[in-house]
Ligand binder design. Structure first.
Ligand code: X2X
Length: 339
């Protein structure tokens, strides 16, 4: 008898003995005990969704099929505004949202988006995996939502336009720019005397195409995966803010999970975030040439005049007052003196 046949016989003997126990285990493995939805606003091809699908598969394997995470990219379940209300009601169990948009519910959550604060990724991750991130997560939990430890990368934001390149702060004057729905974005572009219009990401491509606005601002990974280069001509590397996505959970849905499942989910979500950060940083560093090939004209203005304009307009002082001294100190501890 061959080795494998002997092994097979042993297995069948064991199943005959354990038949009563084995059967329900098999049945349970086929239908998940928990089927949770994870919604986001980014195209299917963005690293966030690539890593999310990978993480969903790992979670399924590690929970022996007990937990099924379904990924809904690309605003399939609604705009950010819709999804924010769904995560609060439990209509979706998980949602990644920019801290700046989350600030409509949790004011502290926009602090990482203060204009021209972060010089580079090292400084970002030290702050967001350190004291500043912990402060924001504490405020999110106080507002009744759960949040995973690692923030996902959106990236440093750049300005695109169908009409002109931005070479200095004066070029923003009167510029019709789409901004996400968030007071910090509106406030910053108003400080530049621009004409910001709050529009959810789900409407951005068509707003640019129909020229409701001249321009928008987003990291290169989004300009590329959402094909915004098709409806824009100029890309100015303004690097005006760093933006990230908090991985939020509905509190009731999260607390219904047994501790061992929570541990497996959190571990895989945080690991996926760290992988996604590396993917996005690489894309943002390498996409310029590819996008130039698709017709975008690039320029790189010096950021000093932008910062000076914001300081003179009282932007930093105003937001320091809103966040409070303690939070502002955490920010300045990472990025240096702003106001
Ligand atoms: O809405 C945007 O511009 C986006 C996709 O970058 C955010 O989610 C903030």
């Amino acid at each position: 008898m061959s080795f494998s046949r002997r092994a097979l016989l042993k297995v069948s003997a064991a199943s005959a003995v354990l038949g009563g126990l084995g059967a329900p285990l098999v049945a349970r493995a086929q239908t998940a005990e928990f089927t949770y939805k994870y919604a986001n606003n980014l195209p299917d091809s963005h690293p966030m969704n690539v890593r999310a699908r990978e993480m969903a598969a790992a979670i399924k394997t590690e929970t022996n099929g007990r937990f099924d995470l379904q990924v809904f990219p690309n605003n399939q379940l609604g705009s950010d505004t819709d999804m924010l209300s769904q995560i609060r009601s439990g209509g979706v169990e998980f949602f990644t949202l920019s801290g700046l948009i989350l600030s409509t519910l949790v004011p502290a959550a926009s602090i990482n988006g203060i204009g021209f604060a972060f010089p580079d990724y090292d400084t970002v991750w030290k702050a967001m995996d350190g004291g500043l991130g912990a402060h924001v997560r504490g405020e999110i939990k106080k507002a009744g939502l759960e949040v995973m430890e690692k923030i996902w990368d959106n990236g440093f934001r750049q300005t695109t336009s169908s009409t002109k390149s931005i070479n200095g702060p004066e070029d923003y004057k009167g510029f019709k720019i789409r901004v996400p729905v968030s007071p910090l974005w509106t406030s910053m572009f108003k400080a530049f005397d621009a004409a910001p219009a709050s529009i959810n990401f789900s409407e951005v491509y068509s707003a640019l195409q129909t020229k409701i606005v001249e321009g928008q601002e987003n990291p290169l990974a989004i300009i590329s995966t959402a094909k915004l280069y098709e409806v824009q001509k100029f890309c100015s590397l303004t690097n005006h803010m760093w933006d990230g996505f908090w991985f939020l959970a509905n509190r009731r849905a999260w607390s219904q999970l047994p501790e061992d499942v929570q541990t497996i989910v959190a571990k895989n979500v945080n690991a996926a975030a760290v992988n996604e950060r590396a993917d996005v940083a690489k894309l943002n560093a390498n996409l310029q040439q590819e996008l130039a090939g698709k017709g975008l004209a690039f320029n790189q203005p010096s950021i000093t005049p932008f910062r000076e304009k914001l300081r003179a307009a009282g932007f930093y002082a105003e937001w320091k007052g809103k966040y409070g001294d303690q939070a502002w100190e955490l920010l300045e501890k990472s990025v240096g003196k702003l106001s």
